[in-house]
Ligand binder design. Sequence first.
Ligand SMILES: NC(=O)c1ccc[n+]([C@@H]2O[C@H](COP(=O)([O-])OP(=O)(O)OC[C@H]3O[C@@H](n4cnc5c(N)ncnc54)[C@H](O)[C@@H]3O)[C@@H](O)[C@H]2O)c1
Length: 331
Amino acid sequence: MSQLGICVIGAGDLGTTHAQNWLKVPDVKLISVADPIEERAKAACEKFGFENWYPDHRQALEQPGIHAVSVAVPEYVHRECSEAAMRKGYNVICEKPISLTIEDAEAMIATRDRTGVKLTFGFCKRFMEQVHTVRDLVQGGRIGRPCVYRFVAGWERRPKMWIMDKRYGGGPIIDFCCHYFDQWGIIFGAKPVRVMAAGMTFSEGAEELPDILPELDTANFTVEYDTGDIGMISITWGLPRGVQTAGFEDLIGPDGAIQVSGAKKVTLKTKDGEEAFEDLDADMHAKQLNAFAESIREGKPVPAGAEDALLALKVSHAVLESVRTGKAVSL
Ligand SMILES: NC(=O)c1ccc[n+]([C@@H]2O[C@H](COP(=O)([O-])OP(=O)(O)OC[C@H]3O[C@@H](n4cnc5c(N)ncnc54)[C@H](O)[C@@H]3O)[C@@H](O)[C@H]2O)c1
């Protein structure tokens, strides 16, 4: 194919991010965009120069000239939209996480295998220089092994309410922590083996969240890896509006520590002093789409495969199960 024809399903925050970044990939043509909120689909069509917009993803997939589809809709429709695209023979990049349920994820993988198309997921942090820097420091033995990656965050109830709902977005453990489950595997070069968690739902009955069935929004947990390394998160999305804690992100090991600051800085701290890595490239979406385009054009492996995305979802479900049962869950 000379030009890669693109359809984008979902014209919210990530759909428009995909559209904008597809324009940075060589030899790409924006064909169609869909969103049931018609003004979003129309606005994206005009702003990014798609040939046409539609309120329904099935109509958008009918337009001729499509080779690849970005699926950027809430989790509960990842399967429906991705499978509709794959059944038409189109390659798919679906936003993370793969889906809400293991059943949906396995069905998507089966559809990929039946149709023979490429299927990848929006684990965009794989393209951040910061993640590569931390990986190289850890795997280079600079802080010793095994080590612990710690992430602590306290955020207000999410203004985008569907994301907190167990029917639509899955709360922070499914929607957000999957980024860490994915990147820990890369940084440690390891597989998760066991999860221990405790948590609660601060938002139960919160007046800011009418008509929402909140998924667990507050959890403290560890994920143990087969290398002995540990990922640890303490997170809440359940604070009242306007309340936020400072949080922190670092790694600690027997020979030192790594401070992770924002998206562009990492500081190595050892007995010999500090070494800062600054102005790291955090422009990840265009690189991700470019890698996906290359995988289609050159027959290379996709950037983040469905099996990795399924594994991240299994860790999320292990956290929820450990909270429910009060027991450690093996993977
Ligand atoms: N990679 C990342 O770092 C990152 C960051 C934020 C969100 N996300 C993911 O992106 C996805 C979308 O999140 P968002 O923040 O863009 O949400 P959003 O609410 O801003 O946008 C979602 C859009 O999808 C539309 N939609 C719903 N069903 C649809 C359908 N069947 N066909 C077409 N459009 C449909 C909605 O009307 C809405 O406009 C989620 O899976 C989320 O987890 C990824």
